[in-house]
Design a protein around this ligand. Structure first.
Ligand SMILES: [Zn+2]
Length: 249
């Protein structure tokens, strides 16, 4: 039986601890316990959207235990990447996006120890993230690990309540992606990233996050002064910014 460090006991007993962490730290109260489970072929992984979307897992690489963290771009930044990928239409976009990804971050963001990666999947586009791998050797408690390897700058930049500059989203992300050779397109009204190559909406400009992708929130309703409900537009089409439809520089 693994001894549970007092800070983990306290964390598990806090009403503010999210269920995924309760699950993870109950199963693996120490790095030692996590490494033991991974070594026996178990899955040691937690996905959380606390502050930002990220995964922490313990895996074996060439038989050695490694603590892997993958932090994902924010929802709107992910949209910009996926929409650009679809607009490009070939697998070559994957490399272009990997090259462009660090440039979406505010200048000076410390990426020490992180690399930009894609993760395999069957989705519309690859999953992009920032990955860090640290050898689990020498760590017993999670506190030891967290203190020596704080998640740092990147976490704050990708956090939904970041105190400073954040990753570029919408039209700002589109401009950066275009400068890196990707045919990214923003809506001139709402600024969201658009694609007209979504398999469910071929030929229609859609944004990926909205439930009703082709509906632009910033649509100006020409009937808004008439007060006739049956004629009121509740949204209109996204309008691609003309400059984004020009050939890439
Ligand atoms: Zn729009």
């Amino acid at each position: 039986m693994t001894e549970v460090p007092p800070e983990i006991t306290e964390y598990l007993n806090s009403p503010h601890t999210l269920p995924e962490w309760v699950h993870f730290y109950s199963a693996f109260p120490t790095v030692t316990a996590a490494v033991r489970a991974a070594s026996k072929g178990g899955t040691v992984e937690v996905f959380t959207s606390e502050n930002t979307a990220y995964v922490q897992r313990v895996i074996l690489i060439e038989g050695k235990p490694v603590i892997e963290t993958v932090i994902y771009p924010t929802v709107q930044a992910r949209d910009a990447l996926v929409a650009a990928f679809l607009n490009h239409g070939t697998k070559a976009a994957e490399t272009l996006i990997l090259d462009a990804l660090p440039h979406l971050l505010p200048a000076g963001t410390d990426l020490t120890g992180y690399e930009c990666i894609t993760e395999p999947g069957e989705g519309l586009a690859p999953r992009y993230g920032f990955r860090r791998r640290i050898s689990a050797d020498g760590f017993h408690t999670w506190r030891d690990y967290d203190e020596l390897h704080p998640i740092g700058d990147l976490y704050d930049v990708l956090s939904w309540h970041s105190s400073g500059s954040t990753i570029a989203e919408g039209a700002a992300a589109v401009a950066i992606l275009r400068a890196h050779g990707l045919p990214a397109v923003a809506c001139q009204a709402c600024g969201e990233s658009l694609t007209n190559r979504h398999p469910a909406w071929p030929g229609t400009w859609v944004n990926l996050t909205e439930e009703y992708g082709p509906r632009c929130d910033s649509f100006e309703d020409p009937y808004s002064g008439l007060h006739q409900l049956d004629e009121a537009g509740i949204g209109g089409p996204h309008i691609p910014a003309p400059a984004d439809l020009e050939p890439l520089p």
